[in-house]
Design a protein around this ligand. Structure first.
Ligand code: NAP
Length: 352
């Protein structure tokens, strides 16, 4: 029996990692976050503030059986989604507090999987060398990933366990109450546009419309995390994890409009943060009218994330060759994935 400690178990990555492991008979899962998650067979939750070392030490003291840590917690800073310089201290400290507390009590710890992302290469700053490879140089910081990676590799030295770092790009999943997923952004933007009798206009920059982009489905990321935790070749390695393909919004957009049974139109660049700011009352009305699940507007979507993704008017491509060579062969068709996830959002009454 293996015991996974999933830090950030309610997030758009951690939630899926916990779910994936819970499907396997030989894993137990302990989810960590400030909010409490649902308890199920072999899954329990601990409410802990990982920013508080005393709370972490106290609440994680009982995790002697931990064999794996999946570190998927994230503390956003207020403001632009791409501003990773502003939240260095919080994100480094949460990792330090979580991993040191587990390391101190769990003699059977085997691996710590750390989730970082493509912003390692400066993908959020402007054009960068593509396809990005794991040993490409970092961008000029600050970037909290660098602090996390450097701390973890120094702390790991001489220990019985190994680390593994995964770099995904723009997660596609659903985790109500967390800030970063592009699927709810598209779903709610489309539904609101339709309610206002507008076509589905691409809200991003004209350059983003035609650039090559990539995403990582959350369920695919969870499979990758499982592989990274258990594959001997992954010890102390880093891997890009994307769906394994690329796409352009200009090709995908008409298919998204089809899902919502509405016309689409050419890009008109707007700030979603600014233009969705007054739409919460309309959303409440739409919930009543269409009998939707009663998520609050701000719980459903983080508009800064949409502005960030649709503002990348440069190619964003990572090479996934290294992960394939080391044994992770799953792939996802990204265009089909968007259609599938958006249809599910409609079927599950998250959007009309
Ligand atoms: N989302 C993306 O598109 C994306 C893309 C590439 C890379 N990444 C990277 O993946 C990592 C995880 O991000 P994510 O998007 O999955 O985050 P997320 O969806 O915002 O989830 C964050 C998780 O961390 C928990 N958390 C936050 N502060 C905490 C605290 N003080 N103590 C305990 N738990 C805390 C949250 O639960 P509570 O709020 O209940 O505490 C939640 O479970 C980040 O480093 C991010 O940069 C994400």
């Amino acid at each position: 029996m293996k015991t996974a400690v999933v830090a950030g178990a309610l997030g758009v990555i951690g939630r899926y990692v916990a779910e994936r492991l819970a499907q396997l008979p030989d894993w137990r899962v302990v989810g960590l976050s400030r909010r409490l998650g649902e308890e199920r067979e072999r899954v329990r939750h601990v409410s802990v503030d990982l920013l508080d070392p005393a709370d972490a030490g106290r609440k994680l003291r009982g995790l002697q059986d931990a064999t794996h840590v999946f570190y998927c917690a994230f503390q956003p800073a207020a403001g632009a989604a791409a501003d990773y310089a502003r939240n260095v201290a919080a994100n480094r400290d949460m990792l330090v507090n979580a991993v040191s507390a587990v390391d101190a009590v769990a003699p059977g710890l085997e691996r710590v999987v750390l989730v970082t992302g493509t912003k390692y290469y400066g993908s959020h700053l402007g054009p960068f060398r593509t396809p990005a490879k794991e040993d490409d140089p970092r961008h000029l910081g600050p970037n909290y990933y660098f602090d996390q990676i450097d701390w973890l590799s120094a702390f790991q030295r001489g220990k019985r366990w190994s680390g593994c770092e995964l770099r995904p790009q723009t997660l596609c999943g659903f985790a109500p109450g967390t800030a970063m997923s592009i699927v709810p952004v598209i779903a709610v933007y489309a539904a609101v546009s339709k309610a206002l009798g507008l076509p589905l206009r691409f809200p991003g920059k004209p350059g983003a419309w035609r650039s090559v982009y990539q995403v990582t489905e959350s369920a695919h990321m969870a499979n990758a995390a499982l592989w990274a935790a258990t594959e001997p070749r992954c010890a102390n390695q880093a891997y890009n994890i994307t769906n394994g393909d690329t796409f352009r919004w200009c090709n995908l957009w008409p298919r998204i409009a089809e899902v919502f049974e509405m016309p689409w139109a050419e890009p008109q660049t707007i700030s979603l943060v600014a233009h969705m700011a007054d739409k919460a009352p309309l959303w409440d009305e739409m919930i009543r009218k269409h009998g939707l699940r009663p998520y609050r507007f701000e719980e459903l979507v983080a508009w800064p994330f949409g502005d960030y993704v649709f503002g990348c008017d440069w190619d964003v491509i990572s090479s996934v060759t290294k992960s394939r060579l080391h044994g992770f062969h799953d792939v996802v068709d990204s265009e089909e994935m968007f259609v599938r996830l958006l249809e599910r959002f409609r079927a599950e009454r998250i959007v009309p």
